[in-house]
Design a protein around this ligand. Structure first.
Ligand code: ADP
Length: 468
């Protein structure tokens, strides 16, 4: 139940339940009073009947006051009654106080009655009492008592409700608030693992859920930041190492040529080849760093234009072919390449494929085979680059697109990488409103998939010869 209904119920119950208790108690005790009154009336009636009966039965001895009192005493005594029997002419025939003096001075006439003897004489009987009847004063006291008891019960219920609701609200509202306070203190101290154990789906539950989500996000972003920092530091170490190693080797080979160690043309060619390859390595590293700094500063400029996909990919593959042949890489192009209009920056797109093909070669098998295929699916173009290389651990397939992230194997073996190539690929594809991902398993090669939007539907499918 939500917080608001709980509070409404609390307030309503605090108002309604004591009132109900008061009215309940009033009606209960009034009913009890009525019952008692009825019982007393019945008792009085039966006592009066008994007195009348005794007066009639003992009328013969009424002149013998002692004897008459003896007869009537069992009825009078238990109720502390007085009786006066007088004739119709109002001459007193018997008066109990003549025999026994009553100590009580608050006697009052309770009842007058008349009986007729067998002789036809009418006798007046007056009965006095100080207790049997309900005097108005007595009733008033009882009513006051009933009202006091009823209001006291209401008050007790009110106090119990206030205490009960206070305990309940403090348990369900104040305790979780205290927990949140502790959690914020813990967070301030740097502990992001403090868990608030509250599973109810009320307002506080939703707030705590939001709080926990915020804390998890913070935790993730701190972990990401730490990883980023760690990778950045590793990169500085890698860059200094990667710059120094080829530079030292270039320096060594140049010194060799300079010192005249190179004796023949073939040796010179070998030296120059090594120098060129090391210079290329340096060049790539510096290019990657330059691109990355532009991405990092959000300065990656796109010069998009509408181009034919077939033309674009054919050009890219043609340019790459020479290099691939030199490296004895077998390139399999699945034809026909669908021809649709795409809005891309051709130079950047070439950079994407250069990076992907370069990776496929660097992490490739001894006999490298790269498959290139393109598909049109609705209004998107899907491009596949599949290699038969080392493959990527499944848990790494997402992370390899992070800046500076390098697979475990690549770090241990010198592939001359920076961990920036795929991050650059992802940024470029993202700038084309597209997506890129890897599907791979260790030892089973890798498949890189790029999806970019198509601007105009297929104009024609290239089947070897273009239609007029
Ligand atoms: P690097 O400069 O390390 O190659 P990339 O961003 O290009 O950086 O690649 C990140 C990581 O992804 C590499 O270190 C490597 O572990 C893995 N990787 C990328 N392409 C491939 C591939 N074709 N085959 C196997 N592993 C790859």
């Amino acid at each position: 139940m939500g917080l608001r209904p709980r509070l409404i119920i609390a307030f309503l119950s605090i108002i309604i339940l004591p009132v109900v208790t008061i009215f309940g108690a009033l009606s209960f005790f009034s009913y009890q009073l009525e019952q008692i009154e009825e019982e007393q009336n019945n008792e009085i009636e039966s006592v009066l009947k008994e007195i009348n009966k005794t007066v009639l039965e003992s009328y013969d001895v009424i002149t013998d006051t002692t004897q008459f009192y003896k007869e009537i005493k069992p009825v009078l005594q238990p109720y502390n009654l007085e009786v006066i029997v007088s004739s119709q002419e109002e001459s007193v025939l018997f008066q109990s106080t003549d025999i026994v003096q009553n100590n009580s001075n608050s006697m009052f006439t309770m009842r007058h009655s008349q009986v007729q003897t067998l002789d036809g004489e009418i006798l007046n009987i007056e009965i006095k009492s100080n207790s049997l009847d309900l005097s108005s004063e007595l009733s008033y006291n009882k009513i006051i008592t009933v009202i006091v008891i009823s209001f006291s019960s209401g008050l007790v219920v009110l106090i119990l409700l206030i205490v009960g609701w206070t305990l309940y609200i403090s348990k369900t509202i104040l305790n979780p608030l205290k927990q949140i306070y502790i959690a914020t203190e813990e967070m301030r101290e740097g502990n992001l693992n403090y868990n608030i154990g509250y599973n109810k789906r009320d307002e506080i539950g939703r707030f705590i859920k939001g709080f926990n989500t915020m804390r998890d996000h913070l935790k993730q972003s701190i972990a990401k930041q730490q990883l980023y920092e760690k990778n950045r530091k590793e990169l500085i170490a890698t860059i200094s190492h990667d710059l120094r190693t080829p530079l030292q080797s270039i320096k060594g080979y140049v010194e060799g040529i300079n010192d005249g160690i190179v004796q023949n043309e073939e040796m010179k060619k070998r030296y120059l080849h090594v120098i060129l390859s090391k210079t290329n390595q340096l060049n790539r590293l510096i290019d990657d760093l330059f691109e990355f700094s532009k991405i990092d500063l959000d300065q990656l400029v796109m010069e998009k234009q509408l181009v034919s996909s077939d033309e674009c990919f054919t050009n890219i593959l043609q340019d790459a072919e020479v290099d691939l042949k030199q490296k004895q890489v077998q390139l399999v192009v699945k034809r026909p390449i669908p021809d649709v209009v795409i809005n891309i920056d051709p130079k950047r797109m070439e950079q994407v494929f250069t990076n992907l093909l370069d990776n496929a070669i660097r992490y490739g098998a001894s006999e490298i085979e790269i498959t290139f295929a393109v598909n049109v699916h609705k209004m998107t173009l899907e491009i596949y680059i599949i290699d038969n290389g080392d493959g990527i651990a499944e848990e790494d397939t997402e992370r390899i697109f992070e800046h500076f992230y390098r697979g475990e194997k690549s770090r241990s073996r010198d592939h001359g990488g920076t961990g920036l190539g795929l991050a650059i690929v992802k940024s470029i594809i993202k700038a084309h409103e597209g997506e890129v991902w890897a599907e791979s398993k260790i030892g089973q090669g890798s498949k890189f998939v790029i999806v970019i939007p198509v601007k105009l539907e297929v104009t024609y499918i290239y089947t070897g010869s273009k239609p007029d």
